[in-house]
Design a protein. Structure first.
Length: 332
């Protein structure tokens, strides 16, 4: 059986579709290699104590685990020398990371959440790495925060790895969404999902219901209608899933449809998830898979960012359901 590797896929995108330049291909391959190293570290579980808290907090005020710090280092070290990047931004670093002068600089900016869902590490639930690639504005050699303030519709590539029972890499270069599975014996990512498409209809929703008392009326209305099931206004029963690891929740939606919601509420006034390296890459992927993504009021990919680490309400997944939630917001 002919198996297509990540490298082959990227070269085909370069040759046949002109979507991927050699520099972008190399950048994605380096990120994928870093994800393999992180996957290996995660798979050791409690053997190394890397799920332990290190006693520091990231810029979001969240407790950093050893593995958060390690994953960040792996990605920075892998990506700083190759010559594709002008700077990087990470959930684990306050300010943009400048490429050291000893290395050449490139045309891209990398934004990443090195270890999403890391509060799940100690319970052996899937975590992952999310990344987004933007172009560095022309003439900028030392990209500061301003260089990164581009809406998600400017992304040239986005992807995420889920370190679950299998390690899966999901990728878009703006030409649909594909999925690769890590073959550990070969050390290669093998194409296993050639065209990921999210069904427009769904009967599954994902939301942290412990925030229910803080929800805004349109969110409450949507969830109440789902919960009312067959005898309610939707006329069908819904199922609920919440992994509390965005990579795993979004991967499920890419695989079998559904809606994922972390809306803004009375407690999370600006939302909970980060725009630049969580919501934007996931929204790009979901839209490329035929789904939709909104903060309730606006398409996420059109939001003009104001701050590197800004938060945003997120509603994404099956198109008809996301549009319904947006409609409830408009009607409100
Ligand atoms: O980045 C944060 C994250 O871990 C996401 O992966 C996940 O969806 C969310 O937080 C879970 O938040 P909560 O613990 O509030 O349900």
């Amino acid at each position: 059986m002919h198996r297509v590797t990540l490298t082959q896929y990227l070269i085909e995108q370069q040759r046949n579709h002109g979507r991927v330049s050699p520099e972008l291909r190399l950048l994605i391959e380096i990120i994928a290699r870093a994800c393999k190293a992180i996957s290996h570290a995660v798979s050791k579980g409690p053997l190394t104590g890397i799920g332990d808290v290190v006693g520091t907090q990231n810029v979001q005020g969240e407790a950093q685990k050893k593995l958060d710090v390690i994953a960040n280092e792996v990605l920075v070290e892998a990506n700083e020398w190759g010559g594709q990047l002008a700077a990087m931004v990470s959930e684990e670093m306050d300010a943009p990371y400048q490429i050291p002068n000893r290395y050449p600089k490139g045309e891209f900016l990398l934004l990443m959440d090195p270890l999403d869902g890391s509060s799940n590490l100690d319970v052996n639930i899937s975590v992952g790495t999310i990344f987004s690639v933007l172009r560095c504005p022309d003439g900028v050699t030392e990209p500061d925060e301003k260089a990164f303030m581009q809406p998600g519709n400017k992304q040239v590539a986005a992807g995420f790895a889920v370190y679950g029972a299998a390690t899966i890499l999901v990728l878009t270069v703006g030409n649909g969404v594909v999925g690769f599975t890590l073959d550990r014996e070969l050390g290669s990512f093998i194409l296993t999902q050639e065209r990921i498409l999210i069904p427009a209809e769904t009967q599954e929703f994902a939301i942290n219901a412990s925030n229910a008392r803080n929800w805004e009326p349109p969110v409450r209305r949507y969830i109440d209608e789902c919960l009312a099931g067959r005898t309610g206004p939707r006329g069908k029963d819904f199922n609920m899933r919440w992994v509390a690891s965005m990579v795993a929740d979004v991967y499920r939606i890419l695989s079998r449809g559904g809606i994922f919601m972390y809306p803004r509420d009375a407690k999370h006034k600006d939302g909970r998830l980060r725009l630049m390296y969580e919501a934007n890459p996931m929204s790009f992927i979901v839209e490329q898979a035929g789904g939709a993504a909104t903060n309730g009021r606006e398409r996420i990919l059109d939001i003009q960012p104001q701050k590197l680490h800004q938060r945003v309400g997120v509603v994404l997944g099956s198109r008809n359901e996301v549009e319904r939630v947006a409609r409830y917001h408009a009607e409100n």
